[in-house]
Design a binder for this molecule. Structure first.
Ligand SMILES: Nc1ncnc2c1ncn2[C@@H]1O[C@H](COP(=O)(O)OP(=O)(O)O)[C@@H](O)[C@H]1O
Ligand SMILES: [Mg+2]
Length: 318
C-alpha cells in the first residue's frame, strides 16, 4: 500500500509533555499509514504511548512534531482551518473509549446521548429521530432501551452505546482505544463481531488500540507494536504472528494462551518493568529488558527498517 492511497498517514509524530519541567516523550517519532476499510492494531504495555497517539489524531492532545494527514488535510493544523471544515473533519474521525460509562452522562437517556452529536452536526429533528432508531438497530440495542439511563445497561450494552455514538455522524475512521478491554471474554467476542460487521457495511477504517495482543489478533489486518513511544515492529497480522522479529514482539506473542502451549514455543518472561518515558534508557529503549542485547544497543538507537515488503523492525540484532 502506498502512502498516497492511505486515508490516514502519520509521519514522525511526536508528543512530548512536561511534568514539573521534566520532559516526557510519550510519543517519539511514530509513523504509519492506514487505508480505507483497513484495521491497524496498535499494541504494547501500558504507558507506551498508544492512547496519546490516538488522541493526537483527534486533536485532544496537541502534537509536538510530525504530520497527521487525513484524506490530504494536516490535522496538526486543524485549528487554523475554517470552523466548518474543522467540524467536518471531526465528524469523519470518531473514538470509542474503553469505558463508555465514564464518558456517558449519567443523567441523560440513551436517546438524549445519541441526539447531541447529531444536533451538533446539523441533523434536523425528524432526521435525528429516524437516525437514532436506525443506530439502535445497527448496534443490537432495542427501541425499548431508548429511554434508559447509563446505569441501567450492562458493560457490553454500554459499549454498544459508545459504538452507536461514534457511528452516529457517519465517520470514516474510528479509533477504538481499549474498546473491549474492560469486558468479559464472551462479551468481548460479541463487541468485536459487531465492530467487524460495521466495518464491512460502512467500509470503516479502524485504529484498534489495545494492550492485549490476543484481542488485536482477531481484528487487525496489520499490527504495530509500540515500546516507550516508538514503533518497534510493524507488519501484517500474518507476518507478525508467524514470523515475529523483534524480541519484544516475541515476548508479547509468547504470553498469549493457546490451546496447545507447545505449538507456540515456551513463554518468554520479560525481566523488569517497562521503563518510564521519564527515564527512558539511552540507545535502544528496550535494551534494559532484552535477551539479545549487544554493546551497540546501549548507545545507539536502532531505526525502524524494512526487512520485507510491509514488515519493518527496529533492532540491531535480527
Ligand atoms: N497529559 C499528560 N501529561 C503528562 N504525561 C502524560 C499525559 N498523558 C500521558 N502521559 C504519559 O505519557 C505516557 C504514555 O501514556 P499513554 O499514551 O496513555 O499510554 P498507553 O495508552 O499506551 O497506556 C505515559 O508515561 C503517561 O504517563
Ligand atoms: Mg491507553
Amino acid at each position: 500500500m502506498t502512502a498516497s492511497g492511505a486515508l490516514l498517514t502519520v509521519n514522525d509524530l511526536k508528543v512530548h509533555f512536561n511534568l514539573k519541567a521534566l520532559p516526557i516523550r510519550a510519543v517519539d517519532g511514530v509513523s504509519f499509514d492506514l487505508a480505507r476499510g483497513e484495521t491497524l492494531g496498535i499494541v504494547g504495555e501500558s504507558g507506551c504511548g498508544k492512547t496519546t497517539t490516538g488522541m493526537s489524531i483527534v486533536n485532544l492532545v496537541q502534537a509536538t512534531g510530525g504530520d497527521i494527514i487525513f484524506d490530504g488535510v494536516d490535522l496538526t493544523a486543524l485549528q487554523s482551518l475554517p470552523r466548518s471544515k474543522q467540524l467536518e473533519l471531526r465528524r469523519r474521525i470518531q473514538v470509542v473509549f474503553q469505558d463508555p460509562y465514564s464518558s456517558l452522562n449519567p443523567r441523560k437517556t440513551l436517546t438524549q446521548t445519541l441526539d447531541k452529536p447529531l444536533q451538533i452536526h446539523g441533523f434536523t429533528a425528524p432526521e435525528r429521530k429516524d437516525r437514532i432508531a436506525y443506530l439502535l438497530e445497527k448496534v443490537g440495542l432495542s427501541p425499548r432501551h431508548a429511554d434508559r439511563y447509563p446505569h441501567e445497561f450492562s458493560g457490553g450494552q454500554r459499549q454498544r452505546i459508545g459504538i452507536a455514538r461514534a457511528l452516529s455522524v457517519g465517520p470514516e475512521l474510528i479509533i477504538c482505544d481499549e474498546a473491549v478491554s474492560a469486558l468479559d471474554v464472551s462479551i468481548q467476542a460479541q463487541i468485536i463481531n459487531l465492530l467487524l460487521d460495521l466495518q464491512e457495511e460502512f467500509n470503516l477504517s479502524y485504529l484498534f488500540i489495545s494492550h492485549d495482543l490476543a484481542v488485536v489478533e482477531h481484528v487487525a489486518d496489520r499490527i504495530a507494536v509500540m515500546y516507550l513511544g516508538k514503533i518497534v515492529e510493524i507488519a501484517t497480522y500474518q507476518a507478525l504472528f508467524s514470523d515475529p522479529k523483534h524480541p519484544y514482539t516475541q515476548a508479547l506473542l509468547s504470553a498469549i494462551p493457546v490451546p496447545d502451549p507447545r505449538s507456540r514455543g515456551s513463554r518468554i518472561v520479560l525481566q523488569g518493568d517497562v521503563s518510564s518515558p521519564l527515564n527512558a534508557p539511552s540507545g535502544c529503549p528496550f535494551h534494559t529488558r532484552c535477551v539479545r542485547k549487544s554493546a551497540v544497543c546501549q548507545s545507539v538507537a536502532p531505526s525502524l527498517t524494512a526487512i520485507a515488503e510491509g514488515h519493518s523492525v527496529s533492532c540491531h540484532n535480527l
